[in-house]
Design a protein around this ligand. Sequence first.
Ligand code: PHE
Length: 475
Amino acid sequence: MPNQREKFGSRLGFILAAAGSAVGIGNLVGFPVNAAKSGGAAFLLVYAFFIVVICLPVMMAEMSLGRHTQRNPLGAYNSVSGGNPLWKIGGWLALITPFMIAVFYQVLTVWLLAYFVGAVSGNLAQMADPAFFGTFINGPSVFGYLAVLTVVIGFVLNSGVQNGIERLAKALMPTLFVMLIILTIFVLTLPNALVGVKYYLIPDLSKINPEVVSNALGQAFFSLSLGMGILITYGSYVSRKESIAGGAKMVALVDTSVAFFAGLLILPAIFVFNPATDTSELSSSSVSLVFTFLPKIFLSLQSLIGYVGASAFAATFFLLVFFAALTSQVSILQVPLSAFQDELKFSRVKSVLSLGACAILLVLACTVSFGMVTYFTEFTSYGGATKSFFDIVIDVFYDTILPLNGLIICLFAIFHWKKANLNAELAIGDDKFEGSFTQKYVNGALGTVIPLVLLLVFVNTVCIKFFGFSLTDYM
Ligand code: PHE
């Protein structure tokens, strides 16, 4: 049948699939690292504020646009804008961004796969050594894992929306959540954990500065999978019997809870394993923090369950995080994939292969950006620092373009697609939407406060990242 798109099987299926996209490395690695780096509770506060006040309405706008147009982002922008070239830019950005995000995400997912294999093969003790991570990411084995992962993802993508994403997400998300809570409780019983809990939960408002705000917004967008056309694409697979507002709230709640617990696990763990930690040192935290502290947490479980038990627990945990990353990665790639299928009329197999061919060189350039190849490690310099190829992808697409895409989608939904159409779409499958607080807020804020905040943060992020100053330096 023409125009009969695949649909998520049920409301739960949609929520879990969207949550499967949302919950990933962003929650389990990105959030704790950013929270450690940006003042703990101060970051948490700004982050939570952004989720509720900015991100939720943007999420609803994306899903509505997708369900209304039944297209991928490029097609969605095109069909609503009647081909207006200015809006086409929005569509292109919503296509290129997920592609580039998928490139760096692939590198991190490879590391998770390797950590799973490492734990299974009894290497937990070595992995807990602070020097292990740096040696591993620069060793030849990453290429083996990369090859395996690339093939696995190709297969998942090839099996279609229902089979691939929905089934994986349904089974694994709850297990991951339970394990996260068990681990968090364990860490909280260890000596000195309370110092970390305080750092994480008692806000010091003086720590909120433009950089914290910019990091929190980028992280919130990334974590909810916003500004990437994912939710436009997912929206296009949602049945007209579902409430978009209800689904969006559930997804945000699940995503934020996972991030919150990951923070409550990692931040106290920093103080447990290094009681002498001075909070000012944390400002230079990076991804290696999580990859070093998680094995340490698992290793310390051996006093309770022995080395084999600890390794089994670690292996299960890394496997689940790996799956969380995999569902996210599959969702990211779904966007360019749908575009290949819808716009170029490629078959699914041909789309998957074309996508892989486009991505592989970029992924390799990112993989060798950590010291293996000097050219990519010291690719360029701006904002007063030397940047690797990997850093550039993160600075440009994660920190800068995501909020910009959010800004474009707000403007597009309210001023081009028009409020009335957005409202009509949001009311489909949701009797309670008309007259609700959500409706009033979305209508009021999506064309005013939200784009204004996004614009300010976008401009300021560009200044901080690329020019080494902040607008507030001049206030
Ligand atoms: N939200 C996912 C995470 O937190 C990553 C992701 C980003 C997925 C963008 C889809 C789109 O890890």
